[in-house]
Design a protein. Sequence first.
Length: 442
Amino acid sequence: MGAGGLGSDGLGSRSRGAGSPGSGGSGSCSPGSGGLGSRSPHSRREGSGSAGSGGLGPSGLGPGGLGSGGVEPGSRQGGGPRSGGTESGGTESGGTESGGPRAAELRVGSPRTGSASSRRTPGRSTPARIGDAIITTGGTEANQLALLLAREAHGRDLRLVCGANAHHSLPRAAWLLGLPEPLVIPTPTGTLDPTALAAALPDGPVLVAATAGTTDAGLIDPLPEIAAVCATHHARLHIDAAYGGGLLFSNRHRTKLTGLDTAHTLTLDLHKLGWQPIAAGLLAVRDPHDLDPLHHHADYLNADDDTEAGLPDLLGRSLRTTRRPDTLKIAVTLKTLGRTGLAALIDQVCEQAQEFARTIRDHPRLELHSPPTISTVLFRPAGATDDTVAEIRRRLLTDGHAVLGRAHLDGRLWLKTTLLNPHTRPEDLTALLRLVEGHTPA
């Protein structure tokens, strides 16, 4: 439990750090200081934590395995390591300038040959790769980049089509990029209905955005069926798996993400079910050439002769220039815990959520929305009005007792808990329910 009490929501609108280990943050549902996986296996089994093995899975993305070889420690390809970051020969504290070396780059597919972001010169052959991934500040930036790459591939008439359950960053990115007004399909059941999607698809270029782990309830859209609709209508598919993507580590839960490998672009955020401090977002692409629009030239950062001599060209790996070596912590986690260790943490928090839901279901004065899909549990005092539910949440927050999220589903307001702390005990959650009861008017 972090400072400040029984905080229960590790996600709300991409969390803002609520669920990160060591942050001392939102209490019982996000790892507090001191504890990433101290009860979990630390061996490097299955090769999952071994650095340099080349990718987020032996055959790219999908239930075949995230983390089965996931990190390539950066080599300078022309000199020794430097501290912090560099800009054209100089060192900057806490970041990596795009022209300088990197600590690591998380990969999808086969190992990199040469610089992953080298500009393609006419006549120069480019090694074939299964996929690629770049580090972002989180799910919001990854979603924005996904729309940017789709716009560059299909033109400025591209229209975003998503469910009402999609993260707010998607329609916001469409606005920011000057795209047409998004088509938002109602999702009364909490997930995007493929039949409704097929009926609503407009003419012209379309980007369909599906969600694997909704912000409100942690629900997963029917990905294979949505992918089939996209294939039939020649629509591009983006999947926002910022929350749910970590399930790929778990043999028990990865089948929930069947169809993930059909996406053209994919958002992941290891700040959630990866237990990384922010920033730890990723945008993965099936076709590495989709990243070409990010390529840019600035002579003081990626001069042609330097690139030809083998110095890494990172200017096309982000819209940011100076940035922190955020892949380093991901590399350390994968090296230390491996896929097996992360799977143990994921299985534990998902089981916690199931047990918590059963406790609520059996409570005579509480109402459970539905069994959790991942680790988000929605509940409310039985018979309470929405105004009462909102007031309970605000009072628990302002009195310093608990940080609960909120979600509107089925026309009603629910209290939201997203369990992300493997060390949360049943008595912590029982105490949370007592707090809710104690703040509920008789």
